[in-house]
Design a protein around this ligand. Structure first.
Ligand code: C5P
Length: 223
């Protein structure tokens, strides 16, 4: 029997994490925050003092790292038995993650780790290439986006809530740089799957987006 998958792809700060977590909770499905896998590798690479262009060394780190995810109310991640949750949302972690995510060999190593999340009764997977590369046969696909201005402001508020020092102008610049890298890379670029429902959440409330995604799933299930 096919295990149902809902993929939610889109640029940084579009609200994928919040929406995915809410939908996974409503459906009692598993949740894959694929960005946190790239972020964990970024932390492992920084910890090992490996240069971001040393692909063989990055691959060695990727192959040997042990990751444990606890996707409860709050995501917690252990890297080689050490809790790295606090480091995941740092801007530097995200910046390095988007550089190493452009290497096809790195993506290939991380593919199986992501596919393993497809478990009964279902999976909500958020990222950049969930509907195009990792779960191309997913029954439900969403491409969630928002203007760069709105996304930068959301990220700024998120960091402030976590009491992490943040600068809006810097965040906007980093975000646009990261978007460009994600969209322009040759392997698994950030792009909407042909069969995805595109939602621009710039002027939508969280509740409204959740409603649209739930509609997609319910209508699909009624076919
Ligand atoms: O989603 P998040 O901001 O946590 O992702 C961090 C970085 O990891 C992204 O900027 C992107 O470069 C990379 N990523 C990716 N493919 C995914 C998820 C994240 O390339 N499926």
């Amino acid at each position: 029997m096919t295990i149902p998958v809902l993929t939610i792809d889109g640029p940084s700060g579009a609200g994928k994490g919040t929406i995915s977590r809410a939908i996974a909770k409503q459906l009692s499905w598993h949740y894959l925050d694929s960005g946190s896998i790239y972020r964990s590798l970024s932390i492992a690479v920084l910890n090992a003092s490996v240069a971001v262009d040393d692909i063989p060394a990055i691959l060695a780190v990727a192959k040997s790292m042990q990751l444990e995810f606890d996707c409860g109310e709050q995501l917690t991640v252990k890297l080689n038995n050490e809790d790295i949750t606090q480091h995941l949302s740092l801007e530097e972690t995200g910046r390095v993650a988007s550089i190493i995510a452009a290497y096809p060999e790195v993506r290939a190593v991380l593919l199986q780790k992501q596919k393993a999340f497809q478990q009964m009764p279902g999976l909500v997977a958020d990222g950049r290439d969930m509907g195009t590369v990792v779960f191309p046969d997913a029954q439900y696909k969403v491409f969630l986006t928002a203007s760069a201005k709105v996304r930068a402001l959301r990220r700024y508020k998120q960091l402030k809530e976590k009491e992490i020092d943040a600068n809006l102008a810097q965040i906007t610049q980093d975000l646009e740089e990261r978007d460009r890298r994600d969209q322009e890379r040759a392997t698994a670029p950030l792009i909407s799957a042909k069969d995805a429902l595109i939602i621009d959440s710039s002027d939508m409330s969280l509740e409204r987006v959740i409603e649209e995604v739930m509609n997609l799933i319910q209508n699909g299930l009624n076919w």
